[in-house]
Design a binder for this molecule. Structure first.
Ligand code: PSU
Ligand code: MN
Length: 305
């Protein structure tokens, strides 16, 4: 029994694998725990379509009926978007959800594991987890960062959210040898806003050059992921001062309510959405779609080289 025993591909993804066509992995925690219904399912569908329009095949990943599913049907996207039973699954949760046959929505970390098992090198999401503010006392550091340190998948995202300590997140990635690439600018993106105020390690705009970077890293035997940070388009970004104020309020509320562990990130996302009257959700949807364009380009470039 190996993890491969548990993998099941959709017909679309199986055909793409057989043909050697470009494939882009997508996570499901963003659907089940990152956005409200029905915008979550709507966005998941639209993101898949953007990837198809970009010449690649989307592979949304989740755990269903004791299987790692690579590529989901419309009904399965709907189930993940609506079911209160969907568990947030990171690396440590994978064996439990698979063995129990429960519904699992995979985080960046778990999606990277599954994508790597399926031979998929490009993964598109909204934002990665990171080192939380106050981590020096809470020890709250997302398992996403450890996964980036060891699993060879490129993660196209809009940077890391300001609910995190972005400076410490970048330090952690540096320690673990994870390159952080920026698209279209020198600085690392901050999810709701294009500029975190911190420099990325490298700026690489062209997909062909990003592909060459990845192939060089992995050819050298340097296992591990790469963060490719694509800033939210200016017209769809939030105002920095507003998001800072609201983030501070959401963090204070989380602390007052004793929210801890895996509940922290979903709680903060939901509070920020409520406090911005949904404007943060519109930005979130826009940036994921923008990342899908970049991710499809990268997958196509990798397949062509
Ligand atoms: N950031 C978002 N939306 C999300 C997440 C992060 O803007 O949905 C999810 C991702 O699945 C990420 C996870 O991998 O939260 C990180 O959770 P934690 O901080 O508990 O590691
Ligand atoms: Mn955490």
């Amino acid at each position: 029994m190996t993890l491969h025993t548990f993998i099941e591909y959709s017909a679309e993804v199986a055909a793409a694998r057989a043909a050697g066509s470009p494939i882009v992995a997508l996570e499901s925690t963003i659907i089940s725990h990152g956005m409200p219904y029905p915008q979550n399912v709507q966005t998941a569908r639209e993101v898949e379509q953007i990837i198809r329009d970009g010449g690649a095949v989307p592979a949304t990943i989740a755990i269903l009926d004791g299987k790692i599913r690579i590529g989901l049907s419309e009904a399965e996207l709907e189930l993940l978007g609506q079911s209160p039973e969907a568990l947030k699954v990171s690396r440590r949760d994978l064996p439990y959800v698979l063995a129990s046959g429960k519904i699992g929505a995979t985080t960046v970390a778990a999606t990277m594991i599954c994508a790597a098992l399926a031979g998929i090198q490009v993964f598109v999401t909204g934002g990665i987890g990171g080192v939380h503010r106050g981590a020096e006392t809470s020890f709250d550091i997302s398992a996403d960062l450890q996964e980036l340190a060891q699993t060879s998948v490129a993660v196209v995202c809009a940077g890391a959210k300001s609910i995190l300590d972005i400076g410490l997140t970048l330090e952690y990635l540096e320690t673990h040898g994870v390159p952080v690439i920026a698209i279209g600018q020198d600085n690392f993106a901050a999810f709701y806003t294009p500029d975190s105020g911190f420099k990325a390690d490298f700026r690489i705009d062209a997909a062909a050059e990003q592909a060459r970077f990845l192939q060089t890293k992995w050819a050298l035997g340097l296992a591990g992921g790469v963060v490719i940070a694509n800033p939210v388009p200016a017209g769809q970004a939030m105002e920095r001062a507003e998001i800072e104020r609201i983030t501070a309020q959401a963090l204070a509320e989380a602390a007052a309510q004793g929210i801890a562990g895996k509940a922290v990130t979903p709680y903060l996302l939901a509070r920020i959405k409520a406090l911005t009257e949904g404007r943060s959700l519109a930005t979130n949807i826009a940036l994921v779609k923008h990342n899908a364009v970049a991710g499809a380009r990268l997958a196509v470039a990798l397949a062509a080289s």
